[in-house]
Design a binder for this molecule. Structure first.
Ligand SMILES: [Zn+2]
Length: 104
């Protein structure tokens, strides 16, 4: 009888361990699904990059457009220019804050 009790006791311990894993694994599964969705979105954007370049307008309504927003997100976003140092002009995107220097 002692042997049977010990086996049952160990079996119940395995159940307790499994139940503890269920919660952790469910959380990991949610994280994995979120990661998959993020990767799919990034992959989709990367695949669209050449087409976005074809549609990208460098200048629109008199404003230079952000290349990062245009290619990575498929949106036109104006950049604001400001004087830079050493014959450089600086432009910053009003939307994503991407900035770049341009030689005059
Ligand atoms: Zn931008």
């Amino acid at each position: 009888m002692e042997t049977e009790d010990r086996i049952r006791e160990l079996a119940e311990e395995f159940v307790a361990q499994a139940q503890a894993r269920v919660t952790r694994l469910q959380a990991e599964l949610v994280d994995a699904h979120q990661r998959i969705e993020k990767i799919k979105a990034e992959l989709d954007a990367a695949r669209q990059a050449p087409q976005r370049l074809a549609n990208f307008q460098v200048k629109r309504d008199g404003d230079y457009q952000c290349p990062k927003c245009g290619i990575l997100h498929g949106v036109q976003a104006a950049m604001t220019g400001s004087p830079g140092e050493h014959r450089l002009g600086r432009f910053q995107c009003d939307t994503c804050r991407f900035d770049m220097d341009v030689r005059h």
